[in-house]
Design a protein around this ligand. Structure first.
Ligand code: ZN
Ligand code: ZN
Length: 144
């Protein structure tokens, strides 16, 4: 990544955020929790250092979607924006599609394929993991 930082925001424009490069990973998550939280068949995420994330405009509300997880969204239009897991507290995931530069950051692998909807066809050659990647694993396989 050549940019020093990335920016993004929600559908209504009341929330804008910035986060410093580099992006640490970009993936698709097929877990049931992400599906329900987004209302979509799967979610693409980009992971950054949590220290470098800041809401530069508006308010990001958070809700605890499971024991270890906080999901952030625009308080006005409810666009899903962030994901934070206690077991990797130094990182924050942002919804890839909320980034202004989403088109430049292609996902590199699929997570939680064991919970994938049966009619979602994966036609790429990206690595697929039943749950999380081993290097990212903390506390067993806590669902997201
Ligand atoms: Zn909004
Ligand atoms: Zn997920």
């Amino acid at each position: 990544m050549s940019e020093a930082e990335f920016s993004g925001g929600c559908l209504c424009g009341k929330v804008r955020y910035s986060v410093a490069a580099p992006v640490q990973q970009v993936c698709y998550c097929h877990c049931e929790s992400c599906r329900h939280a987004s209302g979509a068949p799967f979610v693409a995420w980009a992971t950054f250092s949590a220290d470098d994330f800041v809401a530069v405009r508006g308010e990001i509300k958070q809700h605890r979607s499971s024991e270890y997880v906080l999901r952030g969204f625009c308080a006005t239009c409810a666009t899903p924006l962030t994901y934070w897991h206690e077991s990797r507290a130094g990182q924050i995931d942002v919804t890839l599609a909320s980034l202004d530069a989403a088109g430049e950051l292609a996902p590199r692998f699929h997570l939680w394929v064991k919970e994938k909807l049966p009619w979602v066809q994966l036609n790429d050659d990206l690595p697929r993991y039943d749950t999380v990647r081993e290097p990212d694993r903390n506390n067993g396989s806590l669902p997201g």
